[in-house]
Design a protein around this ligand. Sequence first.
Ligand SMILES: [Ca+2]
Ligand SMILES: [Ca+2]
Ligand SMILES: [Zn+2]
Length: 260
Amino acid sequence: MAGWVLVRCLGVLRAEIDRLAPGRDRSSDGSVGDRAHRDTVSDHNPDDTPGARTPFTDADSRPEVHAIDVDASGPWPAGWSMDRIVATVVNRHRAGLDDRLQNVIHRRRIWSRSWGWTARPYQGAGPHTGHAHFSARYVTAREDDTGPWGLTGPDEGDTMTKSEFLALLKDRDVRAALCSAVLTTDDVLTAPPGSRNPDGTVNRYWSATSYLQQTLGAARTRTARDHEALAAAVVAALPGGGVTAAEVEQALVKVFSADR
Ligand SMILES: [Ca+2]
Ligand SMILES: [Ca+2]
Ligand SMILES: [Zn+2]
């Protein structure tokens, strides 16, 4: 199958993983779909080709592949694993620091932009234990975004200044994403008041936001603890070591207090 290209952002992601683990096993790596993929709807199939079976379409007419598979076996540097790579990439999307991917699949779980980047059991073909799958969005500006993915170097990805970060926190959607990033992993969310959508289904993203709205209006001690938890998660999601937890907490107190 000639004439296709991989969207640029995914080439950068793969290169960044290569830089993290130069000697890694690449035998389960992949990009363009094989014969089996072509018979199913897949981001591995090049779009803009006759009979292309892709989940989305884009604005151009260039045949592009919107997915890569990355071998999970490594070897990875100390402290790293495919789980950590997936968590880093997913957490940055959930926190609103990146918006290039549509979904990630690994070890029978799928995280998607479609539902606020929480994990759900993956019901599709293959357990995805030997590799992780990364699907890009079909949006030109995101496809062509060659910025860092937050995996390598304390400084390489650290392009955000403190004032830019503070400005980001003032965005309501970013704050909701941050709340979700912290609170969807908190046991308190298994049964908070108002954890269901109007139609009765559980919506963890929605419940995280409403939980935070409630707690920020509640006792001061509770509020301080929420800020600390948020600060820790924000620092963990940052690409480099540019800001301290104390600085993030101060910024959170400032913007969340102003919002009340
Ligand atoms: Ca295209
Ligand atoms: Ca395109
Ligand atoms: Zn795949």
